[in-house]
Design a protein around this ligand. Structure first.
Ligand SMILES: *[C@@H]1O[C@H](CO)[C@@H](O)[C@H](O)[C@H]1NC(C)=O
Ligand SMILES: *[C@@H]1O[C@H](CO)[C@@H](O)[C@H](O)[C@H]1NC(C)=O
Length: 427
C-alpha cells in the first residue's frame, strides 16, 4: 500500500518533463517555420528572399531582422540548456523514487500485499506462504520453556494421550526414538501418562490441572476430547512453533521433518487411496432429463486426515483452530475431522465467510494410511519396495495394535510376510 504513495510524484515528474520539452520544441518550430510545420511552400518567399527584387532599404531591414533573430536564437539556446538541466534533475528524482518503490513493492510482497503490476504471462505467482505470527510467551510460560528445549528449528511432533492408550503410546514413541527423532512431545492428559513418559525418556507436557482443557479431558465425551487437540494446539502456534500433530496410531519409519514442504498453513495426509482420491478428480453427475447438458461436472477430493498434519504458526492456521474448536464445542454430533475439512475447503457463500488458509496434500505413498497399505501396497511388488515416512493405522480401529506391530515387523525388521495374516478390513 505504501508503494502507491510515490505514484502521483512520478506522474508529476513525467508531466513536467513533457511540458518542458513541448515548450522548447514549440519555440524552435515557431522560429524556423512561421508558416506552420505542414506548409509545403518555401518559407518567407514573398518578400525577404525574392532576391531578384531586393533593394537596399529592404536589405537594411533584413540585416536588422537577422540580428534580432540571432539574439533570439541565443536566448532560446540559453533557455534550452536550462530546461535540459531541469529535465535531467527530474529524471534523477524519478529514478530514485522508482528504486524506493521497488523496495516497497518487495516489502509489500513479503507482507502479503500484491505487487502493483503483474509481470509477463506465466511469471506471476500468488502468495502461498503466510508470515508466522510474533511469538507470545505470556500465553503459557511453562509450555514455552519446554518447547524451547524440545523443538528443533521451531518445530516438533505433538501427540495427545491418556492412560487408555498406553500400549499404543509405547509403540508410538518407540518408533520415534528408533528413527532418532528428538523434537517430539506428548501432551499428557493424566498423571499416569506423564509418569510413563518420564520413565521412558519421552518429552512430556502435562496440561494444567485446573484449566478448561483438563476438565474436558476428564469429563468430556469422546467428541469433546477429540476436539481438544485443536484447543491445545493454539498455544503452540501462539508461542511461534510449527506443529506436526500426530495421532498415536502412527508408526514412524523415517524422520518426517526431512520430507515436509513447509509452504502452506496446513500440510496434511489424506484419507484417499490413489492419485485421484488423494489429489482431486472430476466426478460426473448424470441427469438424462437434461438432454444435451445431461453431464454435470463436480470436483471431488477425499478428506484430509486430522490425525496427522503439519500446521504453521500463522493467523490463518490459528483462525482454523478457533473455528474447529468453536463448532465442535457447539455441535451435538460434530466430528472434528469433518469440521476441520469443511473449514479448510468450503468457499465463502451467503451467510458464511470461508477461511483463507493455504493447504498442501502430502504424498500418500510417503505418508501412508492403512487402507493404502493393506489394499494396494502390500500386493504390489514395486510399491512394496518403497519405504514410507510414516504409516497411520487410521482405517483399522479394533485390531490396530496388532497391525501397527506388524507394520514395525515389516518395515523395520524386514519380515516380508508380516502383513499377510490381516484381511483388508477390520471387523
Ligand atoms: C507579397 O508581396 C506583394 C507585393 O510584393 C504584396 O502585395 C502581398 O501582400 C504580399 N503577400 C504577403 C502574403 O505578404
Ligand atoms: C500417480 O501419479 C504419479 C505422479 O504423477 C505417477 O507417477 C503415477 O504413475 C500415478 N499412478 C497411477 C496409477 O496413475
Amino acid at each position: 500500500m505504501a508503494g502507491r504513495r510515490d505514484l502521483p510524484h512520478r506522474g508529476t515528474t513525467k508531466t513536467v518533463a513533457a511540458f518542458a520539452v513541448g515548450v522548447f520544441i514549440g519555440f524552435v518550430f515557431t522560429f524556423l517555420c512561421p508558416n506552420g510545420l505542414l506548409s509545403s511552400s518555401p518559407p518567407i518567399q514573398n518578400h525577404t528572399l525574392s532576391n531578384s527584387q531586393v533593394d537596399s532599404s529592404r536589405c537594411e531591414l533584413c540585416s536588422e531582422k537577422i540580428n534580432k533573430l540571432r539574439s533570439n536564437i541565443a536566448k532560446l539556446l540559453e533557455k534550452n540548456a536550462e530546461l535540459t538541466k531541469q529535465i535531467k534533475m527530474l529524471n534523477e528524482n524519478k529514478q530514485s523514487s522508482e528504486q524506493e518503490s521497488d523496495h516497497t513493492r518487495e516489502q509489500c510482497m513479503t507482507l502479503g500485499h500484491n505487487s502493483l503490476k503483474a509481470g509477463p504471462f506465466g511469471t506471476v505467482h500468488a502468495l502461498r506462504t503466510n508470515p508466522a505470527v510474533l511469538p507470545d510467551e505470556s500465553v503459557n510460560p511453562r509450555l514455552s520453556k519446554i518447547l524451547a528445549e524440545v523443538a528443533i528449528n521451531k518445530e516438533l511432533i505433538v501427540a495427545l494421550a491418556n492412560a487408555k492408550v498406553k500400549p499404543m503410546l509405547e509403540v508410538w514413541y518407540t518408533s520415534i526414538q528408533r528413527v532418532g527423532i528428538r523434537n517430539y512431545l506428548v501432551v499428557a492428559l493424566d498423571d499416569e501418562v506423564e509418569d510413563i513418559c518420564k520413565l521412558n525418556g519421552v518429552p512430556v507436557y502435562r496440561t494444567d490441572q485446573n484449566d478448561n482443557v483438563d476438565t474436558i479431558a476428564k469429563t468430556g465425551g469422546s467428541q469433546a476430547v477429540s476436539g481438544l487437540k485443536f484447543r491445545i494446539l493454539r498455544e503452540f502456534l501462539q508461542l511461534g512453533y510449527s506443529v506436526l500433530l500426530s495421532d498415536i496410531d502412527v508408526i514412524y519409519i523415517q524422520n518426517p521433518f526431512d520430507h515436509l514442504y513447509r509452504d502452506s498453513d496446513v500440510e496434511s495426509m489424506s484419507d484417499g487411496h490413489d492419485n485421484k482420491t488423494v489429489y482431486g478428480y472430476n466426478e460426473i453427475f448424470y441427469e438424462p432429463v437434461m438432454g444435451y447438458s445431461r453431464y454435470a461436472y463436480t470436483r471431488r477430493i477425499w478428506v484430509y486426515n486430522s490425525g496427522f498434519f503439519y500446521i504453521r504458526p500463522t493467523i490463518a492456521s490459528i483462525e482454523l483452530l478457533d473455528r474447529v474448536v468453536d463448532r465442535v464445542d457447539r455441535g451435538k454430533h460434530a466430528w472434528d475431522q469433518a469440521v476441520f475439512n469443511e473449514e479448510l475447503f468450503h468457499p465463502s457463500h451467503p451467510g458464511y465467510i470461508g477461511l483463507h488458509v493455504s493447504k498442501r496434500t502430502m504424498d500418500f505413498l510417503m505418508f501412508m494410511n492403512s487402507k493404502v497399505l493393506f489394499k494396494t501396497v502390500r500386493h504390489d511388488p514395486e510399491l512394496k519396495k518403497l519405504k514410507p515416512v510414516i504409516v497411520h493405522m487410521n482405517y483399522h480401529h479394533y485390531d490396530r495394535l496388532q497391525r501397527v506391530k506388524a507394520v514395525v515387523e515389516y518395515y523395520v525388521n524386514g519380515k516380508q510376510d508380516a502383513l499377510d495374516p490381516f484381511p483388508l478390513g477390520s471387523p
